[in-house]
Design a binder for this molecule. Structure first.
Ligand code: MGD
Ligand code: MGD
Ligand code: SF4
Ligand code: MO
Length: 736
């Protein structure tokens, strides 16, 4: 491929070290020779690529970070977020002691004892007054698996909470439901080697160059010129390097994919043997797609007919075709069906279970996969089902708890939890490792919800987040690098997370905070086995026995460290011990009949379309490779801060800008039916005419987005609403 290895490969060995500072960025750094005492390899705490970072310590202090050369995921590479992972731990706004809010603005410092006692007293009092289900929790995909399982178990089996969800709802829920319905279990089938073994790679609603830089690097490093197709309304950094960029009209992918399926069937570009032996529902699907003739697809998607045919041919005639999708698909009013339309193409052509193939949802956060399996919210621990008595019995037996402690239904989803706050049923919320006051959709509503609560506890690394600021009680948490455990990356690889620094002040690892709460609550003897992360890991292993995600064959943390992470499944005595393994090589899926299902449905129109008052379509997503979500961490690094715009910029097409009298870097007002914000105009043809794009990393962006969700996954549709852009007079300096 034409793209070069620009900033991802850092030189570095055990003895020759680079101390990173801003001067390095402008090319003037001086490598210093240091002799580190120790190196510690730990999986990165940002994106789900799951690189291993080598932290070099000198006299117990982390002096620099390089990519672990031997780790199978990143092979020595790391992106700038990884390089700066330790630096962001040192910040003046780190939460260093528990804080209690007094009145509207003042805070009082508490001892841990007082803070935990207050937590327990207030939560119990609310449960006594309003019922057990008056308390709920919101978690994350950024804690270790052991911590996620601890939070979910303590909350549901210890505190009797019924409802809890996580920020993985914002990102993975559509893929989860799509896989569960199509394959019988939430199981991304690929291994990263598939990126290198594929002849045709389709990225749909995904911008890995920015969002999964090292994963993308493995594609970019290929010397054999695979066909890379990007389906995205914007000319993203990924699209600009692709063989073919398909500029689909937003939220019309479903039609495009059905139209392609029709062409595949018409041209005989399917794999009848695979369909016959390994799928159900083909006949119904084949007759359903007949209505998507090419003219209809052209009209609705805006993709020219010859491109649609080219796409179908590339998929139908490629030897090893792989499909990769992320938020452009999942965050939609029809995210589940769109993801399944992608799965259907893989099933039609038999592109699954072989090297270089697969219908592959890439996860987002470092431990999104851990959250999917172990958060104990939508699924009972280990991918079990709350409604299944045998599953409840198994989990109760392994945890040594009374079966009656396990709820008979799954949690409400995030959006309905917030609605229950508005209704007054939920009065207290415990938010751990997520920042919804910035990141949740339709922000005004979210703020109203948070303000309505009788008791809001926020457990975070920093005092300064938008959510911490409105909390009643803040519990100071250690961050990545300050604790031990495991993460599960996008290719189902369980990897080790290591402690390389002490938490500041009195901050504690979430694991320890959960232990203290459990003890003070009086959860009973079962929680005593949850004594340290590795003991919990062993309990979780037992929970996976017999499940598709069985990893009972891993011999503790040392085994993970030795192997460079291990992908699930990895059952005891499993014959297959290959270091890279994909699912479905035997053509057996997880439904009882062993077959995958074609799932499909009539496309539906999006919630809002541009009109005379709000004539432009707003898309939102990741802005740069160096910004992470709500920026609580990445904004703490001077190096990273130098690599992204200080202020919010809106991407707008030159023709729209001209029509609105907007020049580059003019201040503009962006208004939707829900709110308004001010941004600088970035005039660029990378967005199509009639569309604008805002990066999600600035707190005001979700003032504009609407409460729209996929009806099956309840994932928010962050990427589609109508806005108006108007010029606000004076131009901002162009020095972005
Ligand atoms: N640097 C950085 N990396 C990250 C993150 C971060 O915050 N910063 N976050 C991580 C997380 S949690 C996640 S979930 C992932 C997200 O990773 P991505 O999903 O790759 O990132 P996004 O920019 O949200 O969305 C991807 C693309 O979807 C496109 N899109 C929007 N609407 C449509 C549509 O209707 N059809 C199609 N085909 N495309 C559409 C957008 O234009 C955008 O380019 O990134 C992870 N990696
Ligand atoms: N408009 C728009 N909005 C979006 C999206 C979009 O594409 N467009 N994408 C959505 C997606 S996919 C996602 S995943 C969400 C992400 O949204 P959030 O989860 O709200 O974003 P983060 O900034 O990652 O928040 C993590 C919080 O946990 C804290 N933290 C970090 N490590 C630890 C730890 O070890 N322990 C504890 N206790 N706290 C810790 C951080 O300081 C931070 O406050 O945003 C969503 N919002
Ligand atoms: S690509 Fe992702 S996992 Fe790898 S170093 Fe960057 S943020 Fe960390
Ligand atoms: Mo995400």
């Amino acid at each position: 491929m034409k793209w070069k290895n620009w900033f991802f490969q850092r030189e570095g060995s055990y003895t020759e070290e680079l101390r990173l500072d801003r001067s390095e960025l402008i090319g003037g750094h001086v490598p210093r020779r240091l002799l580190p005492d120790q190196i510690v390899d730990s999986v990165c705490g940002y994106c789900s690529t799951g690189c291993s970072l080598r932290v070099h310590l000198r006299e117990d202090e982390a002096v620099t970070v390089t990519g672990t050369p031997t780790y199978p995921v990143n092979r020595g590479m790391a992106c700038p977020k990884g390089w700066e992972a330790v630096r962001v731990l040192q910040a003046s706004d780190r939460a260093t002691a528990p804080l209690l809010r007094i009145g509207r603005r003042d805070w009082k410092r508490l001892s841990w004892n007082d803070a935990i006692n207050l937590f327990v007293q207030r939560m119990k009092a609310i449960q006594q007054q309003y019922g057990r289900d008056a308390v709920a929790f919101l978690g994350t995909g950024q804690l270790t698996t052991e911590e996620l399982a601890f939070l979910g178990s303590l909350a549901k089996f210890g505190m009797g909470i019924l409802d809890g969800d996580g920020n993985t709802r914002q990102c993975m829920a559509s893929a989860v439901v799509a896989y569960q319905q199509a394959f019988g279990f939430d199981a991304p089938p690929y291994t990263y080697a598939d990126l290198e073994q594929s002849d045709v790679l389709l990225f749909i609603g995904a911008n890995p160059c920015i969002a999964h830089p090292i994963l993308w690097q493995r594609v970019a490093q290929r010397r054999d010129n695979p066909t890379v197709i990007v389906i995205d309304p914007r000319t993203t950094e990924t699209a600009s390097q692709a063989t073919l960029h398909v500029r689909v009209r937003p939220k019309t992918d479903l039609l495009l994919l059905y139209g392609i399926a029709k062409l595949l069937i018409e041209n005989g570009w399917t794999n009848p043997e695979f369909i016959r032996n390994h799928t159900t529902g083909y006949q119904e699907f084949a007759s359903f797609v007949q209505q998507f003739d090419i003219q209809r697809v052209v009209n609705e998607t805006g993709v020219p007919g010859h491109i649609i045919k080219e796409l179908a041919k590339a998929i139908g005639c490629g030897r090893r075709v792989s499909f990769w999708w992320t938020m452009g698909v999942n965050q939609s009013h029809q995210g589940v069906r769109t993801a399944q339309a992608i799965i259907n193409l893989a099933l039609l052509t038999g592109n699954i279970g072989r090297p270089g193939t697969g219908a592959n949802s890439i996860t987002g956060q470092c431990n999104a996969m851990g959250s999917r399996l172990f958060a104990n919210t939508t699924n009972l621990l280990g991918g079990h089902d709350f409604t299944n008595p045998q599953h409840r019995n198994k989990v109760a037996r392994i945890l040594q708890i009374d079966e009656t402690m396990i709820p008979h239904r799954k949690s409400l989803d995030y959006h309905h939890i917030l609605e229950e706050v508005i209704r007054g049923r939920i009065r207290a919320l415990w938010i751990v490792c997520t920042n919804p006051a910035h990141s949740w959709i339709n922000q005004q509503l979210c703020h109203e919800v948070l303000e309505r609560l009788d008791f809001l506890v926020v457990q975070d690394m920093y005092y300064s987040t938008e959510t911490t600021r409105v909390a009643h009680l803040v519990l100071p948490a250690a961050g990545w690098g300050e604790k031990e455990g495991t993460f599960i990356n996008s290719e189902r690889r369980i990897g080790r997370v290591r402690k390389v620094a002490e938490p500041p002040g009195e901050a504690l690892p979430d694991f320890v905070i959960f232990q203290r709460i459990a003890r003070a609550w009086g959860c009973g003897r079962w929680i005593e086995r949850w004594s340290d992360p590795e003991s919990v890991f062993r309990i979780l292993q037992e929970l996976t026995a017999g499940q598709p995600c069985d990893f009972t064959g891993i011999d503790g943390y040392a085994h993970l460290e030795r192997e460079g992470g291990i992908q699930w499944p990895y059952p005891r005595n499993a014959p297959d011990r290959r270091p890279e393994r994909r699912l479905f090589e035997d053509g057996r899926f997880f439904h009882p009949d062993g077959r995958a299902r074609f799932c499909f449905e009539e496309p539906r129109p999006p919630f809002e379309q541009p009109d005379a008052s709000y004539p432009l379509l707003l898309n939102t997503g990741r802005g740069t490779a160096v910004q992470w979500h709500t920026q609580t961490r990445t904004s703490k690094s001077p190096l990273l801060r130098n690599l992204y715009p200080r202020q919010l910029t809106i991407e707008i097409h030159p023709n729209d800008a001209r029509r609105l009298g907007i020049r580059p870097y003019d201040r503009v007002e962006v208004t939707s039916r829900r709110g308004r914000l001010v941004a600088a105009a970035f005039v660029t043809p990378t967005v199509p005419e009639g569309q604008v794009f805002l990066p999600m990393h600035y707190p005001e962006v979700n003032r504009l987005t609407p409460s729209v969700f996929d009806p099956y996954s309840f994932q928010p549709a962050y990427k589609h609403c109508a806005v108006r852009v108007t010029k606000l007079g004076s131009s901002l300096a162009s020095g972005q």
